[in-house]
Design a protein around this ligand. Structure first.
Ligand code: NAD
Length: 457
């Protein structure tokens, strides 16, 4: 592996990947891969996760195609130097910021969006002119095999390598010296990545998870618009990889007196989306593996938690299926309310006053996203100014992931660094300050010996 990395590093030194033509050809290659192999990608996602092709297109392929096109359209602008103003003291110097590639970068990705989370950072890394090693997730083997098999035929295999394997392989890679590590995954492994990066002072971006709350303050009174917002909320949980999404809704907060109405509405919309027998629904993704199935089952079986189930709750270990499940006020210190759920279990926490949700959110680690459904401008302003999260979205869920003009990333324990669109380009670049000086004018007092200005103590 080390020898192979050395070859990639030497290729970077050749300067080929810095050329705009190389970057463009790689972006075109990636676009061709997604277009030519669309059917294979759908099948791989179906095999790994039971994902519907519509969900796969909505959350992965569609976003990737759009973001590759945006990178192609904007590449010349992103690569061009940006003039900087200078203070008078440096007159008549000119200065600009020039983005240069970092070198050889390592991308470690996760299984829940195995194409999106591998290729989205790859777009930024190649647009910025880097060579790349991509370590895919062993938990989505069909997707990982397809990437490892196809990427070398669509992209420059001297510059971009796909490496398959689990934690052992990731650990061996982490011991090597990189110019940047971009990691998507859990907090626990994020710590391992950061410790390994410290060894070589390698910069890291950590795209981690956490518990994303959705505050439901109020909904529109007109049924039609109310149901649209409810669909966005329910889809942000059960309709996005069955809750196995880093920006998915983890739990809902609602005021006590609105809770019975909201719960009834949520039950109705959930049934509308997944039917009376969700196990038969093509829109439900399955749980990724037996380990995660057991983890979710344990969350549900904890003392006092199962008793709080008001909807769903059925499971099938052989099919790795868990029904969309709604719980009301499970014990606040139970694991389901302290650990990231990452599955189709939806706790609803009721509060006397909806304003208390702000204090509750602030008492927890900072989330990757906070969602808030409200018709009250004053309350929305309070949520915006008094809570902190990677992103904040009013009256919808997950949309921020799909907009390449919006920086995507966490804060606090949900990670640091940001990407998508130009933010990806910046994440994989060093912005170098380049100053140009003329020989005149100059000032004698800049230089020693300053003999006439001696100060005695
Ligand atoms: P994970 O941390 O278990 O695995 C992520 C990657 O790290 C995989 O490629 C895996 O092979 C590797 N890995 C696992 N154990 C390792 C170890 N001991 N040493 C080195 N590498 C190791 O996470 P996961 O199960 O793939 O994903 C779930 C987590 O990722 C959730 O917390 C979720 O919120 C988060 N996530 C975040 C984002 C985001 O964009 N912020 C997206 C998806 C998932």
């Amino acid at each position: 592996m080390e020898e192979e990395m050395e070859q990639v590093r030497r290729y970077f030194s050749s300067g080929r990947t810095r050329e705009a033509s190389w970057r463009k050809s790689q972006l075109h290659g990636l676009h061709r891969f997604i277009g030519d192999r669309e059917d294979d990608i759908f099948r791989a996602l179906l095999r790994d996760l039971g994902k519907s092709p519509v969900e796969s297109y909505r959350d992965e392929l569609g976003i990737l195609k759009k973001d590759i096109n945006a990178a192609l359209d904007n590449l010349a602008d992103w690569m061009s130097g940006k003039k900087i103003k200078l203070p008078l003291v440096s007159f008549p110097t000119t200065a600009e910021l020039v983005s240069e590639p970092l070198g050889l970068v390592l991308i470690i990705s996760s299984w829940n969006f195995p194409f999106g989370l591998s290729l989205e950072p790859l777009i930024g890394a190649i647009a910025a002119g880097n060579t790349v090693v991509l370590k895919t997730s062993e938990l989505a083997p069909a997707s990982s095999d397809l990437l490892a098999d196809a990427i070398p035929t669509y992209l420059d295999s001297k510059a971009i390598k796909v490496i398959q394997g689990g934690p052992d392989v990731a650990q061996s890679l982490l011991h090597l010296k990189w110019d940047k590590i971009f990691f998507t995954g859990s907090k626990q492994v994020g710590r391992i990545v950061m410790a390994a990066a410290a060894e070589h002072l390698t910069p890291v971006t950590l795209e981690l998870g956490g518990k994303c709350p959705a505050i439901v303050d109020s909904l529109p009174t007109w049924d039609f618009t109310r149901d649209i917002l409810l669909k966005r909320l329910v889809s942000g949980k059960f309709g996005s990889c069955s809750g196995q999404a880093c920006v998915g809704v983890d739990y809902i907060i609602v005021q006590e007196n609105f809770a019975p109405t909201l719960i009834n509405l949520l039950k109705g919309i959930t049934e509308e989306m997944f039917g009376k027998n969700p196990k038969e629904s093509h829109a439900m993704t399955r749980i990724i593996n037996a380990h995660h199935y057991k983890r979710l089952k344990n969350l549900l079986k904890e003392d006092g938690v199962e008793a709080s189930v008001v909807y769903g709750g059925s499971m099938d270990e052989d099919a790795l299926f868990i029904e969309p499940t709604i719980l009301v006020d499970p014990p606040i210190n139970s694991d389901i309310m302290t650990d990231e759920i990452f599955g189709p279990l939806l706790p609803i926490i009721t509060m006397k006053r909806i304003e208390d949700s702000i204090k509750f959110i602030n008492s927890r680690p900072k989330a990757l996203a906070v969602y808030c459904f409200s018709t009250n401008d004053k309350f929305m302003r309070r949520v915006a100014t008094e809570t902190s999260s990677g992103s904040l979205l009013f009256n919808d869920t997950i949309l921020q992931y799909a907009a390449e003009t919006v920086p995507f990333g966490g804060v606090g324990e949900s990670g640091f660094g940001r990407y998508h669109g130009k933010f990806s380009f910046d994440t994989f670049s060093h912005e170098k300050a380049v100053l140009r000086r003329t020989s005149l004018p100059d000032f004698w007092f800049r230089y020693p010996p300053w003999n006439d200005y001696k100060l005695e103590l």
